[in-house]
Design a protein around this ligand. Structure first.
Ligand SMILES: Cc1cc2nc3c(=O)[nH]c(=O)nc-3n(C[C@H](O)[C@H](O)[C@H](O)COP(=O)(O)OP(=O)(O)OC[C@H]3O[C@@H](n4cnc5c(N)ncnc54)[C@H](O)[C@@H]3O)c2cc1C
Length: 402
């Protein structure tokens, strides 16, 4: 029976919850706001399935990518099948995920991915039409609730339907373990993930943010590329008030956003993320998508600051699906060079020394925003100036190249 004595050894994929035939395991949030499986020994039938499907107890073998590409679609707007050149297309990188998913739907398949619920919590949902794909676009920096996604994927596959499952590497590994050999018709696409923040903390932060801005939020975009892909903003859009022509939005540069800064400084990640069991080709996915931060080195001609995806093709099946897209802007690159600027892809992030202290104080914090702000490591002024100058220079360089 699964028993979590060391939280660093549970990635929260909850394959054990889904696999238990006696339904004696339930997810329960801990004080940090992460889900962990809790088994009821009175109901346990001792079949051991929960342990067999655990990707931490039985890690998948690492796979080296077959090929790597720099790629982007011309900002696919999936609404009505229209393509737009708008750089704020809703995707975080080069929009390869929505392109793959749209093709899958055209072919009659079902797509699973992470979406914001109306209350802005993050959950995995099923999508069967292109309009629905809008919800899956973009990175949500919160560990998503999977609910019954694994079971639904299995049922669809049993009915002979094609399924595209997208998620973090640990969610993909969990699904693979849960399904065993039953993977006919399944395509898995994971995102290169340096870690997932606590859903409990996100909910508290949202509440505090709304209180401090005296508003209700309608949507959040963690990766708004309108100004720049490399130096993106977080966009909080308020729920429209009566008489509003356009809902008001609050735009905060990523480096100034408190929630995002703590995420990027690895303060709010799940304990298992500091020793991720599924990174570096161990998720079993067919395709891995990432931001190609090294684009200026490995595919300079594509560096227009609108977002380029790094596509790691891990299987022949993945390769066939990518080729079927016939992407216009794609170029083959060296996988080892490409991931050099993706910190956390090959190795796990280091746990900050004050992480435990941070989570301990969250519950008693009177002013959560201020409390969180005190844990953000501030960028020294000289570094800020250096970044600004570098940003301006790269803008000029891109204009000259054009
Ligand atoms: C938590 C997280 C951490 C990441 N860390 C890195 C990193 O360190 N380095 C890097 O290069 N790239 C990272 N990425 C991936 C990157 O930001 C893009 O998501 C990826 O390049 C795909 O971009 P796209 O433009 O092709 O499609 P997009 O439209 O951006 O695709 C969105 C995809 O992300 C999935 N997704 C979004 N949020 C979640 C979530 N909370 N849980 C599970 N799946 C989710 C959706 O299901 C969909 O498949 C991270 C993504 C997430 C969600």
């Amino acid at each position: 029976m699964i028993r979590i004595s060391d939280k660093a050894k549970c990635c929260g994929c909850l394959s054990c919850v889904n696999a238990c035939p006696a339904q004696c395991i339930v997810p329960r949030r801990d004080r940090e706001g992460f889900n962990y499986p809790v088994a009821n020994p009175d109901l346990c039938i001792g079949c051991g399935k929960c342990e067999k499907v655990c990707p931490v107890l039985n890690p998948l073998q690492p796979v080296k990518p077959v090929e790597a590409y720099a790629a982007r679609t011309t900002a696919v707007s999936t609404v009505g099948g229209q393509r737009s050149g708008d750089r704020s297309d809703g995707s975080s990188s080069g929009g390869i995920f929505p392109a793959l998913a749209a093709k899958f739907i055209d072919d009659g398949g079902v797509v699973y991915g992470a979406a914001f619920a109306p209350d802005l919590t993050v959950e995995h949902i099923e999508v069967t039409d292109k309009e629905g794909l809008e919800k899956l676009k973009g990175s949500k920096y919160v560990q998503s609730e999977l609910y019954s996604a694994y079971e639904e994927v299995r049922d669809h596959l049993n009915e002979g339907r094609k399924v595209l499952f997208s998620g973090t590497p640990c969610q993909t590994a969990g699904l693979k373990k849960y399904l065993g050999n039953q993977t006919e018709g399944l395509l898995t696409v994971d995102v290169a993930c340096h870690g997932v923040p606590s859903p409990g903390l996100w909910e508290k932060y949202l509440k505090a943010f709304e209180e401090s801005h005296q508003c209700k939020l309608k949507s959040v975009n963690f990766r708004d590329k309108t100004r720049s892909w490399r130096h993106y903003d977080v966009l909080y859009t308020k729920a429209p008030q009566e008489g509003d022509v356009k809902p008001e939005a609050i735009r905060i540069a990523a480096e100034d956003d408190i929630y995002l800064s703590l995420f990027r400084q690895d303060m709010t990640l799940r304990p298992s993320c500091y020793n991720c069991p599924a990174r570096n080709g161990r998720s079993g996915s067919d395709i891995t998508l990432a931001d190609l931060w090294s684009v200026h080195k490995v595919a300079q001609h594509m560096d227009d600051d609108k977002g380029v995806s790094l596509v790691l093709v891990n299987s022949e099946q993945g390769k066939a699906h990518l080729e079927a897209l016939a992407i216009e802007e794609i170029c083959r690159i060296d996988p080892s060079e490409a991931v050099k600027e993706n910190g956390g892809f090959a190795t796990s992030m280091q746990m900050p020394p004050r992480r435990e202290e941070f989570f301990k104080g969250v519950h008693s914090a009177k002013n959560l925003i201020k409390y969180m702000k005190d844990y953000v490591i501030r960028t020294p002024l000289h570094k800020k100036i250096y970044r600004k100058v570098r940003r301006a220079l790269s803008k000029i360089k891109r204009r000259v190249v054009k």
